[in-house]
Every structure is written in structure tokens, then in C-alpha cells.
Design a protein around this ligand. Sequence first.
Ligand code: ADE
Length: 247
Amino acid sequence: MHFHIMTLFPEMVLDGLRTSIIGRAEDKGYISIEAVNIRDYTLDRHKKVDDYTYGGGAGMLMQAQPVYDCWRALEENIAGRRAASQGGQKTRVIYVTPQGEVFSQKKALELSMEEDLIFLCGHYEGIDERVLEEIVTDYISIGDYVLTGGELPAMVMVDAISRLVPGVLNNGESAYTESHADGLLEYPQYSRPEVWHDKKVPDVLLSGHHANIEKWRLERSLERTKERRPEMYEAYVAAHPPRPSKK
Ligand code: ADE
């Protein structure tokens, strides 16, 4: 899986992502991350990439030309590499914006099936609408609040998507049992020692009885989801009606 991030702050993105699990995944070749500086594509003599908005209003807007030329260069590179393997489709371009669909585990899973993904990070008051109309395929937000730029949201999404790419997590199973994978929050977990601050690990977890452990975990997941995320709990219950009991 290849991530391509269009940004005015490539070092911020790379410094943040090239550590820990995601950095190791890149070293091992499961994913690649490239950050391209949009400013390198401006035709302005002073390397400017922003200007005032027509109609007035606060702040500056990123201009269409550098964004478009940066995208064209990226797309050509990707197309060149793909032609050598299986050829053709266009790469999805995600504009990270508070005006997008809210990101979720389901969306992360869908995007993890792509071979390449381009993220476009805005700054200032946003980006000229005309270039967005031409290149963007997906508008995605990471939540209902506003950040100063798209870099952190892009990093959040790259992290969530990468860990679903086969090989990235050491224990392949954990991506499928964790919170949100099945519409429930994960159950509580414990490690050694058996007693800490007078709190004892629940007996069932020491019993070695796998069916009872599974049952206990599902009950705790349901309980926790109902308490912390009632809307998620309702959706889960609606999708998993109790089986009619046999006569
Ligand atoms: N850019 C600024 N705020 C954002 C958000 N909440 N999600 C995605 N991109 C953003």
C-alpha cells in the first residue's frame, strides 16, 4: 500500500509517521509513505501558494495551480508504476476537511484495500474550489471540530489504515478483535500481577475455560458499549436480534 501526501509541511507528516509500528511497517516494505511539498510546484516567483479570497472574508486560500500541478506529477508517477504491473485506474484523492464524511473503522477498512491513496492537506482558509472539483474523489473529516491544517487528520487516517494492511501488526488477529471491529467496544484486559492495589484479576480469566472466557468478554463488551456509546450499542442490538428459543 502506497500513501502519497500532498502538503505544505512534509517534514511534519514524515516525522510523525516514521516512528513506532508505522515506521517499522515502512522499513519492512508493507507500506510506503511519501510526502510531497505543494510549494515545489508553484509558478510564482516568490514561491507563494496562497492569495486573498474573492468576495472578501478573513484569511487566505490555497491557489488552484500549485495543487493541480502537484497532483498531476504524483498521478503520472503512480500511473507509470502501475502500467508496469497491472495498469490503469485513477488513484483516489482524499481531501481532509471538516466538511467531509466522518472517518470510521469501516472507512479505514475500505481504504486499506486500495493500492495507492493520495491525501490532500489544506491550510489557511482552505483550497480554491475549482481544483477540488477536478481532482478530489473523497471528502473526509476526522470529527466535528476544526484543526489548523490537514496534516494531523491525514496522519490519523494513514495510521488507522496502515494497521489494517496485512503484515503491519505482528499479531494479525488483534485488528479484528479490538474496539469498533465488530461494532462493539473491546472488553477490559489485564496482565500480571494477579493482584494490584487490592484489585484482583477476574477469576474467569484465570480459569482456562475458553467458552466461559469468551462469554464473559462479550458481556463486558456489551456492558461497556451500552454505558459509553449508547448509540453504538443500539445499532449492535438491532443488527444482532436474540435468536428465538427452541421449543
Ligand atoms: N482540517 C481541519 N479540521 C479538520 C478535521 N476535523 N478533519 C479533517 N480535516 C480537517
